[in-house]
Design a protein around this ligand. Structure first.
Ligand SMILES: Nc1ncnc2c1ncn2[C@@H]1O[C@H](COP(=O)(O)OP(=O)(O)O)[C@@H](O)[C@H]1O
Ligand SMILES: [Mg+2]
Length: 311
């Protein structure tokens, strides 16, 4: 860490935030928290609101390290990562391929299955496939979601045939491929991954009037409760941590990630997805898990950068 900190001090850090995705507002919050932490710690840091002229913005600000605080398509899917590779600017988090794989839930699930990891039964449906769209492909209840989004944007739980067309339309607003997934029943948990370490498991409890952990539950004050440690058995917690590490290895993530799972009543911990750029606001899950492991927010911000460049 000492050696890394010395190197990091020589950098001009650009915190890339905002961007053009549906998660812009969350990204701005995450970015500001990271910016303030770096500033507080005496690093040379600038805010970069990632717009279409991003290469010029980076050049103008003489950025030579990218701290990526973007969420969703464009920022979390390998696109910005590719740009930074092209400009030879080191950056936080996963590289191009792992970012793209993690953002695409169909690609992720194929890799989970190839690695023998448990994940809900699923089918992918293309917007153009009129035949596949006609009939629900799995027994009810199931979940319909866009293949590539975050923050539960465009997700619907479908319990009857009546809900099917609208659920598909909602998902297709965000992506040309929708994922249909068997509904899992049980506590929802998330596992932060920092370098090679799995952080304590957090349980997420949506408010009573919310059917699941949706956008509102995630970000509105009091929209959901975080329970730490999660109310699952020690064996289930250990298994969830193990599955999360293997899932990250299967995708090839780097530095940091947050893995979402549901501990299904019948089948135990099942993988939902891997987030390669977890939220870092004051109510976010990753900083909370880190704190439980004795890692302060400022230390977390540094450790993410360190684990990403492998100094
Ligand atoms: N198969 C499933 N069974 C039950 N709930 C689900 C399932 N898939 C998703 N959900 C609910 O929808 C939320 C968002 O789904 P997720 O796959 O994590 O996508 P993202 O967070 O990228 O939008 C989850 O946090 C969970 O509450
Ligand atoms: Mg999720």
């Amino acid at each position: 860490m000492k050696h890394f900190k010395q190197w990091f001090k020589t950098r001009r850090i650009g915190v890339l935030m905002g961007g053009l995705s549906a998660e812009r507002e969350i990204s701005l919050k995450t970015g500001r928290a990271i910016y303030q932490s770096l500033k507080r710690q005496g690093f040379s840091v600038v805010v970069i609101d990632a717009k279409t002229e991003l290469p010029a913005q980076l050049k103008r600000a003489r950025v030579n390290f990218g701290y990526i605080a973007l969420h969703g398509p464009g920022g979390e899917d390998g696109v910005v990562q590719g740009l930074l590779e092209w400009m030879k600017i080191p950056y936080t988090g996963s590289g191009v391929m792992a970012s793209a794989l993690a953002m695409d839930k169909a690609a992720s699930k194929k890799l989970f299955e190839a690695a023998g990891l448990p994940t809900a039964k699923w089918k992918a449906i293309k917007k153009t496939d009129v035949h596949a769209r006609a009939n629900p492909p799995l027994p009810f209840p199931f979940v319909v979601k866009p293949a590539s989004q975050g923050s539960a944007v465009g997700v619907t739980i479908v319990r009857s045939a009546k809900q099917w067309p609208a659920a598909l339309r909602t998902a297709f607003r965000y992506d040309s491929t929708a994922l249909v997934e068997t509904f899992l029943q049980g506590p929802e948990i998330t596992v932060g991954i920092l370098g090679a370490q799995a952080l304590p498991v957090i349980e997420i409890l949506p408010q009573h009037d919310r059917p699941f952990y949706d956008f509102h539950a995630k970000y509105a004050p009091g929209g959901s409760r975080h329970i730490l440690p999660a109310r699952i058995s020690k064996a289930q917690a250990a298994e969830s941590a193990r599955l999360s590490l293997v899932a990250c290895a299967a995708l090839g993530t780097r530095g940091v990630a947050r893995v979402d799972l549901i501990v299904d009543k019948k089948r135990g911990p099942m993988l939902l997805e891997v987030n390669t750029i977890p939220g870092m606001t004051e109510t976010s899950l990753l900083p909370e898990a880190a704190a439980a492991a004795g890692i302060s927010f400022d230390l977390l911000v540094c450790r993410i950068a360190e684990a990403s460049v492998g100094c």
